[in-house]
Write a protein that binds this ligand. Structure first.
Ligand SMILES: Nc1ncnc2c1ncn2[C@@H]1O[C@H](COP(=O)(O)OP(=O)(O)OP(=O)(O)O)[C@@H](O)[C@H]1O
Length: 283
């Protein structure tokens, strides 16, 4: 579906993307992670045809620079920073709906699930909304339509925890019919949703891993961890996961949701040197 070959982008002679090769197939859900300035947003802008770049970019065989309308017609996009639009919310929803052939009511319904009552703010200019309200509306515009490709650049950054949870529920409803690219600083935030992790660093892909989907997101995993010695920081870290320890606090037992496994292993990775035995099995 997405094909990047030797994608290279330079800003004033400074290379920002250094020859990226990447193929993303139908049904893949990619977490695009990396530190500030790694090149995630630039890569996304190249995918959307906003930047001229060297190398090859194809979406379903189409060139996003030359066939922009056709390419954008397939993409639901949530930008990292909201555009400074003066248009009031009501007309903005109608305009966006007409542009991508959807019903404005679908957009309003998604906004409503995120806790944004669009009827109450119809006349307010988009630019005057709060950061979180703008983000919710942009998400509603991207998800309130049939898009085979969802590209989201730090989509949850401005959302409160409740809206963040609903947002991930909304994405989970699209797992069967959409290819997704979600950029984030934090893998744990998107780990439950993705089946592939691509990490960027200084304009290069430094890690490209599949996430095994053998574990159902709704399952529970029974976990036993044996430690070489007692460590209070480890005990504190496991406290929030409702794990219980034996008398010497060297063997810990508990269970975690399948959807949380990457987040859990991420926490455990900080204590790798302490762990003498680990088992994680579906119950
Ligand atoms: N329009 C631009 N002109 C000049 N340099 C730019 C431009 N856009 C991005 N850059 C530079 O390109 C590099 C990559 O930026 P980019 O925004 O793609 O990174 P990112 O991985 O999305 O970072 P963040 O997580 O902070 O959003 C940075 O060094 C940035 O300063």
């Amino acid at each position: 579906m997405i094909l990047l070959e030797n994608l290279t982008k330079t800003f004033r002679r400074a290379p920002v993307l250094n020859g990226i090769d990447l193929a993303v197939g139908l049904g893949e859900r990619v977490a695009l992670i990396g530190s500030n300035g790694a090149g995630k947003t630039t890569l996304i802008r190249c995918l959307l045809g906003e930047y001229a770049c060297e190398g090859r970019v194809r979406i379903d065989g189409l060139d996003p620079r030359r066939q922009r309308t056709a390419v954008l017609g397939q993409i639901g996009f949530v930008p990292q920073l909201p555009p400074p639009l003066r248009m009031p919310v009501g007309p903005l929803i109608e305009f966006s709906a007409a542009l991508c052939g959807t019903d404005p009511a679908r957009i309003a319904a998604v906004a409503g699930r995120l806790g944004l009552d669009v009827a109450a703010i119809r006349a307010r200019p988009f630019v005057r909304l709060s950061g979180g309200m703008k983000q919710k509306l942009l998400i509603a515009i991207a998800l309130g339509r049939d898009a085979r490709l969802l590209i989201m650049d730090e989509p949850a950054a401005n959302l409160d925890p409740e809206a963040r949870k609903i947002f991930f529920d909304l994405l989970a409803e699209r797992l069967a019919d959409a290819t997704m690219i979600i950029s984030s600083h934090r893998l744990d935030e998107v780990s439950a949703l993705v089946n592939r992790v691509v990490e960027m660093d200084t304009g290069r892909v430094v890690l490209d891993d599949k996430v095994a989907e053998d574990v159902a997101l709704t399952s529970r995993l029974v976990c036993r961890i044996a430690l070489k010695r007692f460590e209070p920081a480890f005990a504190k870290a496991l406290d929030g996961w409702n794990f219980a320890a034996d008398a010497g606090q060297l063997v810990w037992r508990g269970s975690i949701a399948g959807a949380d496994r990457l987040r859990f292993l991420g926490i455990l990775s900080r204590y790798t040197g302490l762990v003498s035995d680990l088992s994680l099995m579906e119950s």
